[in-house]
Design a protein around this ligand. Structure first.
Ligand code: ARG
Length: 511
């Protein structure tokens, strides 16, 4: 169905040159109100800042500004009360807000708001503003997960478990060492998220359609009012680029990859074969047919959702490939992958944190299996090198033969007298104390002392540093949140002053 108004013209705000409205099919295919619903608060804030800037620069009068700000304030209040929802026939969030303003404040005022801006710079402004807040949100929940891992690690610096290479027992490590691996990984994710935030938080507003504008605008002012760290200057680049979105989505993707690895270890370590951890009932589910089952479904879904996030990154990269400069409507499809990935990553972190907080460790079983499978063989070879001055290769060969003999006899490195006998047959006499001091997993663990090793002192030091880093990072995130809040409050204060009849010249426009 094509609509006409009385004069046989389009009813759209952009409809001047159109003889008819968009067909329903075309509107359905092109409207973006679902993804745009995430950016309503940002669109209103962005419009307030733009209007204030226009008046501060003498582009529209204070008499024009007042009804614009009053209308925008009403939109904001309605939105906050959950009463402002987007109408699909108005295409997007920008047209919805403008239409509300026309109805409320009158077309002559609403129409002036769009001076010197375009939906092209508006949409990037809204998206960057929404994305930056969500990135801080991800950083905050990731902090909780890091803290949960550190809390579980505490006191387990001497609790031994097998460390793996090729998923085979390799050397003893401590439970605290295993848990803090993920704290360490996530510090890089925090850094990637913070870097992405810096790239994202640059002001696009004022680039207008693609070429800037002939109006004497002050883009630094709108940047300040909107909490941006600076202006993304080059207008055509502002409109043409979405690499900031890719940057953020990659940071989320890499984080999801790391989460999936923690999830995988939870799945693996909770099996009967490993029996090293017990996931809490609250984060497991049962089988509809097998009464005995307890399935690690939350961990499995964390692993599984990783595919969707990877897919979203590929979707965005492919969307951007070979696009010509300037605005392309293709860009509209940048938001669904971002919002979807953000939701999945946030939910995954929250669920994984709860699982980490409630998991129980079967430390006796860990001790038992680490003693049974020759995990201290490397340390025995090291001991012979250090104590006897032999070449490492010679000791490797010797301990290899010892292991082969022990296996043939059905013994392990826990059978110290057998170890002593076999080594003596190879010309190496060791006391039982010497053997215990090397072959016992706890003793072996305590001997590790290189920077970053699994040795208890090393793990304690690293945990302390991680705790400090996590706190410093959490404060940086809080500072950014506060900065955004202050900018928003500043804008609101100016809006309220002007609505109440005050003059813009009485307001401090420096944030
Ligand atoms: N919905 C559009 C987007 O997300 C907003 C910009 C539309 N601009 C335009 N010239 N049609 O990209």
């Amino acid at each position: 169905m094509t609509e006409h108004n009385a004069e046989g013209k389009s009813t759209k705000l952009w409809g001047g040159r159109f003889a008819s409205d968009m067909a329903d099919i075309a509107l359905d295919y092109s409207e973006s109100t679902v993804a745009d619903s995430e950016m309503i608060a940002e669109d209103i804030w962005g419009s307030q800042a733009h209007a204030i800037m226009l008046t501060a620069c003498g582009i529209i009068s204070e008499d024009d500004l007042r009804p614009i700000l009053a209308g925008l304030r009403k939109t904001e209040t309605e939105f906050e009360a959950g009463q402002f929802t987007l109408k699909r026939e108005l295409e997007d969030v920008h047209m919805n807000v403008e239409a509300y303003l026309r109805a409320d404040s009158g077309p002559e005022f609403a129409g002036k708001l769009h001076t010197g801006r375009s939906r092209n710079d508006q949409v990037v402004t809204d998206a960057r503003m929404h994305l930056r807040t969500r990135l801080l949100g991800v950083q905050a929940v990731l902090t909780d997960l890091q803290r949960a891992l550190l809390a579980q690690a505490e006191g387990h610096e001497r609790t031994v478990m097998p460390g793996y290479t090729h998923t085979q027992h390799a050397q003893p490590i401590s439970l605290a060492f295993w848990l803090t691996t993920y704290v360490s990984m996530f510090t890089r994710d925090q850094r990637r998220l913070a870097n992405a935030y810096e790239i994202v938080n640059q002001n696009p507003l004022g680039a207008a359609a693609l070429a800037g504008t002939s109006f004497p605008t002050d883009r630094e002012l709108s940047a300040r009012l909107l909490g941006f760290d600076g202006c993304h200057e080059h207008a055509l680049d502002v409109i043409s680029s979405r690499d900031w979105a890719v940057e953020a989505l990659f940071a989320l993707t890499m984080l999801m990859c790391n989460l999936s690895r923690l999830a995988e270890e939870f799945v693996l370590f909770s099996t009967y074969e490993y029996r090293m951890i017990e996931i809490d009932d609250a984060y497991s589910s049962g089988s509809s047919i097998m009464p005995q089952k307890k399935n690690p479904c939350i961990a499995e879904l964390s692993r599984g959702n990783t595919g969707a996030v990877y897919g979203r990154l590929m979707e965005l990269l492919t969307l951007l490939k070979a696009l010509p400069s300037g605005y392309n409507r293709d860009f509209q499809q940048d938001k669904p992958p971002l919002w979807h990935a953000l939701r999945l990553v946030e939910q995954t972190i929250v669920a994984m944190t709860a699982m980490v907080e409630t998991v129980k460790f079967n430390t006796e079983h860990m001790r038992e299996v680490v003693g049974r499978n020759f995990a201290t063989a490397t340390e025995l070879a090291n001991y012979l090198v250090a104590d006897r001055g032999l070449a490492f290769r010679t000791c490797h060969e010797l301990v290899g033969q010892l292991v082969a003999t022990l296996i043939a006899e059905g013994k392990t490195l826990d059978d110290h007298e057998d170890v002593q006998r076999i080594l003596a047959a190879h010309g190496q006499d060791l006391t039982l104390d010497e053997i215990a001091g090397v072959c016992d997993p706890e003793a072996c663990l305590a001997r590790q002392r290189s920077l970053g090793s699994t040795g208890p002192d090393s793990v304690l030091q690293m945990s302390r540093r991680f705790t400090e880093m996590v706190s410093a990072n959490a404060s940086a995130v809080e500072q950014r949140m506060e900065h955004l809040q202050q900018a928003h409050e500043k804008t609101r204060h100016i809006v309220d002053t002007v609505i109440a009849g005050g003059s813009l010249s009485d307001c401090n426009l420096q944030v």
